[in-house]
Design a protein around this ligand. Structure first.
Ligand SMILES: NC(=O)c1ccc[n+]([C@@H]2O[C@H](COP(=O)([O-])OP(=O)(O)OC[C@H]3O[C@@H](n4cnc5c(N)ncnc54)[C@H](O)[C@@H]3O)[C@@H](O)[C@H]2O)c1
Length: 353
């Protein structure tokens, strides 16, 4: 891969991957295209520049902006409106234009340049209703499903690629699933090599965490700067569970996929930290208190937000057996890294996080 174009390349995932690619393959050209919509993405520009990565200020909603990047061999599509709450209580215009029309423009660029595509999809393609409606037991610190009700693709190991796709999944999830369908057709019709990674929670330093996206960074920042947090939904006690994946572990997976593109082309993988790297909000609070040495006020907001689920763990057995990849970074290591990052960049981050 001589030239890699990363869309959303100033965002958390895009910039982190770009820097990892450039560090591992310095002879390759890495281009990052981003419209800087996400607050804080601008902080990545000096980092990209210092690493010799070219930044293109562009918008994937505009076909000619992608054309301005010139030819490339691989696109890693990381530009999106990434919030599962996007569209609720307002217009879904931006979400649809970026996450669906934008993907179409990206596919067109791949077709014209005969380039391969790695698409960052989401666990949100799976409908929320059957997950929310499982019977849960409450342990001291987390929810645990105690009956999977014979639904295919779900077990204590997590949710796999065979989980049924019928039912509402949030508009965000729908835009990603729509993109996946377009990718399948472009791969079939135009022979584009494409891999879809349905990611659960991605995390690490340089994530501009906010209430609706990026909770690990938000948690650490709130402790660091002494702000109040709320446990939102499912009774408001912080027992909801997610598995978490450090963005460097994601890079290691992509590196394996790219080095064997023909084998993985056409694949759709669930990607996350898996059962071992899961935690509840309450458990996260304990880790963050330990790392920052600070305690803050927690409010309880028992009302569950639309589309929210009390438990999601990624079943990573398929991707692990296909690639040999295993995530490594544990939640406490991740919290430690995020804490150091905020500590070292307090001045710029206190206005954003
Ligand atoms: N972070 C996660 O936990 C997570 C989980 C699953 C999937 N994903 C997916 O990974 C990708 C990256 O997410 P992220 O966490 O880095 O989000 P992010 O918001 O940090 O990065 C997305 C970037 O895309 C840019 N962008 C938005 N609209 C654009 C447009 N129209 N044209 C060009 N650039 C645009 C933003 O400015 C931002 O820099 C997204 O596709 C997201 O859906 C993320």
């Amino acid at each position: 891969m001589q030239t890699i174009l990363i869309t959303g390349g100033a965002g958390f995932v895009g910039a982190s991957l770009a820097l990892e690619f450039k560090a591992r393959y310095p002879q390759n050209k890495v281009l990052c295209l981003d419209n800087l919509k996400r607050r804080g993405s601008e902080l990545n520009l000096p980092r990209l520049k210092a690493a010799g990565i070219e930044f293109i200020h562009g918008d994937i909603r505009i076909q000619t902006d992608i054309e301005a990047a010139g030819p490339f061999d691989l696109m890693v599509e990381c530009s999106a409106e990434p919030s599962a709450l996007a569209g609720y209580g307002g217009s879904p215009d931006y979400l649809l234009a970026t996450n669906v029309t934008g993907t179409m423009h990206c596919l067109e660029a791949c077709r014209r340049h005969r380039a391969a595509l790695i698409f960052l999809s989401t666990s949100r393609v799976y409908p929320w209703n059957p997950i929310r409606n499982l019977p849960y037991k409450e342990t001291k610190t987390r929810f645990e499903p105690n009956d999977f009700q014979n639904i295919p693709g779900i077990s204590s190991t997590g949710i796999s690629e065979t989980f049924p796709l019928n039912g509402p999944r949030t508009l965000y999830g729908a835009t990603k699933l729509a993109s996946e369908l377009l990718i399948t057709e472009y791969a079939d019709m135009y022979g584009i090599k494409a891999i879809v990674n349905r990611c659960g929670v991605l995390t690490g330093p340089w994530q501009m965490g906010k209430v609706d996206q990026g909770f690990m960074a938000l948690w650490v920042a709130s402790h660091f700067f002494g702000r109040t947090l709320s446990y939102i939904g499912f009774g408001g006690n912080g027992r909801q569970v997610r598995d978490v994946l450090h963005v460097k572990d994601l890079f290691e997976l992509l590196d394996r996929q790219i080095s064997d593109l023909s084998t993985h082309s056409g694949a759709v993988y669930n990607v996350g930290g898996g059962e071992v790297l899961s935690l509840s909000l309450m458990e996260l609070t304990a880790l963050v208190q330990e790392a920052t040495g600070r305690k803050i006020l927690f409010k309880s907001d028992p009302e569950t937000r639309p589309g929210d689920i009390p438990w999601y763990i990624t079943d990573i057995r398929a991707v692990t057996s296909a690639t040999g990849w295993q995530p490594r970074m544990t939640p406490d290591e991740i919290v430690g890294e995020i804490t150091s990052w905020i500590d070292q960049n307090q001045e710029s981050l206190k206005h954003i996080l």
